[in-house]
Design a binder for this molecule. Structure first.
Ligand SMILES: Cc1cc2nc3c(=O)[nH]c(=O)nc-3n(C[C@H](O)[C@H](O)[C@H](O)COP(=O)(O)OP(=O)(O)OC[C@H]3O[C@@H](n4cnc5c(N)ncnc54)[C@H](O)[C@@H]3O)c2cc1C
Length: 453
């Protein structure tokens, strides 16, 4: 059986490796449009900050390690067309030649492309997007050769925040522009407001409720013009306003798309066409709590979906169990994360959400290094079911571990009360006999008797 996988990042590699685990004999070909198979683009902000000296270390696996699994890797090879009835893919090789690859089964894992807002001036060489390795090399060259002193970052999602940290780390004066009321709109506004202040305490100028209208050439640098009525000149501008599924190839082949133009897949990652699966940032994502498809492009999701596709293309019946939107980001010395639904999202989905919030120490305060940790828990008033949680604290305060307790509980449909029954680990330097997550659950239970927050 000949398996062809288009895309050599998280989803494509996961599909290839799973297929190889299940079938020693299958011919597996990975068609990779760039020269960087299996690179951790999630690590790009840390390369650009200067904290990671050598970009090569960002490889989850080297090309040789992938090939050691007897997977054929075609680098700098662009899939131009899929012919589903003929089971063929037309590819353009690095020397510009075109030829056809026959497949028995195909996975489309073409990922996402950064959104390019329709702003005049976006093509200025001092304006950057950040998604691929090549994007990062361009920005890295500018940072090291031109040594900019000031930067405007448009978009304060998690990549915008990581890059505000990264560029500040390089000694650059950063202005962060966000059209929403607070940075990181994926968390509740009060967490966002704390982050606004925290970023400013680290020298970042935060402009929320602001919209960029145009980028103009200035005598020195780029002038960023926006609403309501402001302009800033900076040596470089980074535009990070989200991603869109990269589906051009799939659409031309007759593959159906859905939410936000992402490829429509069933929970086995099958597309509408026979023998074609799809996974990763190019597809819709089943949301476990909402029981519907959404678009949640994340590396964690792409790995799992790729693995499901890799298994099913060899006759398996693995189901993608769904995302909860679990995500964590480190900004300077803080980490902030969320899982499940925010109260506003839960309300729109027909739940009756209530949120309790608690600030305590990450571990027993008598042991050195204790730091404050805020845990927010949202549960359903009608059923007591846990709907979501958010945590903000020091990045070494085990924010992610605690968020993952909530994610695990959500996966299993637990109640808020049920969190108290979990047998969690404890030693004074790391936690308390009741973990902060359980204290927040108790707070939620108390507030159900009249003390709503
Ligand atoms: C700066 C940054 C930080 C991030 N941080 C995190 C994080 O902390 N946590 C997290 O979970 N996620 C993070 N993400 C998101 C995560 O990186 C993506 O969700 C993940 O890479 C998606 O993997 P993918 O395989 O679906 O697609 P992509 O990584 O987009 O890869 C697509 C692949 O398809 C290839 N391709 C596309 N079209 C063609 C074609 N026609 N022919 C041949 N090849 C083609 C490309 O060359 C590439 O190999 C981050 C992303 C960025 C940019």
């Amino acid at each position: 059986v000949h398996l062809v996988i288009i895309g050599g990042s998280d989803a494509g590699i996961s599909a290839a490796l799973r297929a190889r685990e299940l079938d020693r004999m299958a011919e597996i070909t990975l068609v990779v449009g760039d020269a960087y198979p299996n690179f951790s683009i999630c690590g790009l902000p840390f390369y650009l900050s200067g904290e990671i000296a050598d970009w090569r270390t960002l490889a989850h696996r080297t090309q040789e390690e992938i090939e050691a699994h007897d997977i054929r890797v075609l680098l700098n090879t662009w899939a131009e067309a899929i012919d589903p009835p003929a089971h063929r893919v037309t590819v353009r090789t690095p020397d510009g030649h075109r030829h056809e690859l026959a497949y028995d089964r195909l996975v489309v894992a073409t990922g996402a492309v950064p959104i390019r807002p329709s702003l005049p001036g976006l093509d200025d060489p001092r304006v950057f997007l950040l998604h691929s390795m090549d994007d990062s090399f361009r920005l890295h060259a500018f940072l090291t050769e031109k040594v900019p002193q000031s930067a405007v970052i448009v978009g304060a999602g998690y990549i915008g925040l990581e890059m505000a940290d990264a560029l500040t780390h390089r000694g650059i004066q950063v202005t962060l522009i966000e059209q929403a009321e607070h940075v990181l709109p994926t968390v509740d506004p009060d967490f966002g407001a704390q982050l606004d202040e925290y970023l400013q305490s680290h020298g970042v100028t935060v402009m929320t409720g602001s919209r960029v209208r145009a980028l103009e050439k200035a005598d020195q640098g780029v002038q960023v013009v926006g609403e309501p009525d402001w302009q800033i000149t900076a040596d470089l501008v980074l535009v990070v306003v989200g991603v869109a599924p990269n589906t051009d190839l799939a659409v031309r082949a007759g593959i159906v798309t859905g939410v936000r133009g992402a490829i429509r897949v069933d929970r086995q990652m099958r597309t509408n066409l026979p023998d074609i699966w799809a996974a990763g940032d190019c597809v819709e994502t089943y949301h476990r709590l909402l029981d519907t498809n959404t678009y949640l492009p994340l590396g964690t999701t792409a790995h799992k979906q790729g693995r499901v596709a890799g298994e099913n293309m060899l006759g398996g019946d693995r189901v993608y169990e769904g995302s909860l939107g679990t995500q964590v980001v480190k900004v300077f010395d803080w980490a902030v994360g969320r899982t499940g639904l925010k109260a506003s999202e839960a309300r729109s989905a027909g739940f009756l959400p209530r949120t309790a919030r608690l600030t305590t120490w990450d571990h027993k305060v008598y042991y050195r290094g204790a730091t404050p940790l805020t845990v927010s828990i949202t549960g359903d008033e009608n059923t007591g079911r846990l709907l979501g949680g958010q945590i903000l604290g020091h990045w070494q305060g085990q924010v992610a571990k605690r968020l993952d307790i909530l994610a695990t509980a959500l996966y299993h449909g637990m109640t808020v009360d049920g969190l108290n029954d979990l047998d969690l680990s404890y030693t004074p330097p790391l936690s308390s006999p009741w973990d902060p997550v359980q204290m927040a659950a108790q707070q939620w239970m108390i507030s159900s008797h009249g003390g709503n927050t």
